[in-house]
Design a protein around this ligand. Sequence first.
Ligand SMILES: [Fe+2]
Length: 297
Amino acid sequence: MPIERQQDVTPAVLAVMERTRDARLREIMVSMVEHLHAFVRDVRLTEAEFREAIAILNEIGTLNSDTHNEMVLMAGSLGVSSLICLLNNGDNGNTETFQSLLGPFWRLNSPRLPNGETIIRSETPGEPLFVSAHVVDKAGRPIAGAEIDVWHASPIGLYENQDPEQAEMNLRGKFTTDEDGRFWFRTVKMVGYPIPMDGVVGRLLRAQDRHPFRPAHLHALIYKPGFKVLISQVYDPNDPNIHTDAQFGVTKALIGDFVRHEGPHPLEPDVSVPWYSLDYVYVMEPGEAILPRPPIK
Ligand SMILES: [Fe+2]
């Protein structure tokens, strides 16, 4: 039947979507068309706005590179990444989870380091931080031999791959848990940083009078066969932006206890004062150990 009025378009498209061979793709495409058409009607999208939307999506594509992923930033800025994370973890969204956003800065092949080592590879400002963590299963039993990638931004607000001043793989490392499921390392206390504001996401945030900051956090990706890969971030509750994360990633389970110490370090006399310690427990859920695709090289 030929299309006569705007009301005819949606059923015509849905009839085509319904013919999708793969059942899951069919479910996604049918629902997407229903929501997309409803959205267009809801806001009564104009022709000029539609042309603008197409230009924006194309621009996001052109902004992606080996060192930058604008689409991940946009998904985070709209809360989609957080929603997908929480829907798919913690007993399918019913309980707390230690999973968090991967973010756009995980890299493969972080250098392996023995426990206790520093991840500082070039002159990096900031106060000393000693991280000590346990990796356990849902029953609290330690997971030995888990591999952990850790990474975080320099206190100047940039990851090493964004900053020619930093050594390759600065503030990144790969550790392995010992028999007690423990790993530990030394670094500098992370601070909040702004997400890149020179692209489409920046224009959106400015249009909404939003600040670009993410509260200070430590990334981890924990791999152990038999468990779902745990992608986590631990946040500093004292960060001024802890309640207004530009990427909506902060959840209660991910708040860390960064303890400030005014006296000398008991084992490392060369450590400047104040220094900080962070003790944290990562809980892994059973599942398949499938690594994500790195968002950058
Ligand atoms: Fe980050």
